[in-house]
Design a protein around this ligand. Structure first.
Ligand code: BTN
Length: 324
């Protein structure tokens, strides 16, 4: 553990109490000047730390603070969250930042996470509402050795991890809407944006971006989203710790990603099916230049949706928007 992290732990142990600079410097075996320097850095990371010449230092509330330390605290992963974690107060889009880092050669497991995005993006150039301090906006770099044709399975696998993380924190079932949405009581609570960079017939990198509406009050959503988007807080009246939820998601994500690398989507398919209610439903699939109406029969081991239309013709749907 670094000196800064040890200092943070000392302050947290004595939360609500003042700890003198003298005690901290003797506990950590560093000078008072070094303590002062680390306190300054912790404040830059977003921690509120009061100081008094007579009493020393006292840490304020950090329950929902997104910082490298809080993410890594009790994190049970081997790769994700173990490499660079770039925490930004504000950015254009974490996917854009992660793609830049990936192009510069940052390894699998690198994460970008922001408190807000001013150009948060969804599929098909849509906007992702990203108000400050109330959601999770994050992107991860993956470098799987798979053919590009298997990459859509990464979105499906991420949806299972995200759905299970949400269920484990709040206990209410959510539903996956193929391919990249997670709905709570019929409204969107999570979106996933997967972007891929290929070289010939191999994957150079994949950036998986995830947006989770955590503590956004219902009335804060723009008018155009009022009927289609929701948050954990809007549905349950409870505020959740974003960092706890993100940690659970990362653990679940890494577990299913490892499985995906070994077995492809087939290894996660049954779990995916337990978290969706689209199978057996009549839907319209909107694709570029065409719409197909029919009943969803199944999802195949490669993650392709199987749909039967009114004339009993079977369609294999690789991509598109689902209208329920
Ligand atoms: C969608 O619903 O179409 C996908 C939404 C994905 C939003 C997330 S928020 C973090 C990451 N950065 C972005 O700009 N988009 C994704």
């Amino acid at each position: 553990m670094t000196t800064r992290n040890k200092l943070l732990e000392c302050l947290k142990t004595d939360k609500d109490c003042w700890v003198s600079g003298e005690i901290l410097s003797s506990r950590l075996k560093v000078s008072r000047a070094a303590i002062h320097k680390h306190i300054k850095k912790l404040r830059q990371d977003g921690y509120t730390i009061e100081s008094s010449t007579k009493k020393g230092y006292r840490i304020g509330e950090y329950h929902d603070l997104i910082s490298v330390h809080e993410i890594q605290n009790n994190l049970a992963t081997k790769t994700f969250g173990r490499k660079k974690i770039l925490v930004l107060k504000e950015t254009d889009s974490t996917n854009m930042q992660a793609k830049k880092l990936a192009a510069e050669g940052e390894p699998e497991g690198t994460i970008v996470i922001a408190e807000s995005q001013h150009s948060g993006r969804g599929r098909k150039g849509r906007e992702w509402f990203s108000p400050i301090g109330s959601g999770i906006y994050s992107s991860m770099i993956l470098r799987p050795q798979i053919p590009p044709s298997e990459a859509p399975g990464i979105t499906l696998m991420t949806a299972v991890a995200a759905a299970e993380a949400l269920i484990s924190i709040m206990g209410i079932p959510v539903k996956i809407k193929w391919p990249n949405d997670i709905l709570l009581k019929g409204k969107k609570i999570i979106g996933i944006l997967t972007e891929i960079s290929t070289e010939m017939d191999s994957v150079d990198y994949i950036v998986v971006g995830i947006g989770i509406n955590v503590n956004t009050p219902a009335l804060d959503f723009p008018a155009a989203l009022q009927h289609s988007a929701t948050s954990l807080y809007a549905e349950t009246g409870t505020r959740y710790s974003r960092v706890d939820l993100f940690r659970i998601f990362l653990q679940q994500f890494e577990e299913y990603y490892d499985l995906f690398k070994q077995e492809g989507f087939e290894g996660i398919r049954d779990r995916w099916k337990t978290h969706t209610d689209i199978i057996g439903k009549n839907v319209v699939v909107r694709k570029i230049g065409e719409e197909i109406a029919g009943r969803i029969i199944d999802i195949d081991p490669a993650g392709v949706l199987i749909l039967k239309d009114a004339s009993a013709k079977v369609h294999r749907i690789f991509s598109g928007d689902l209208i329920l």
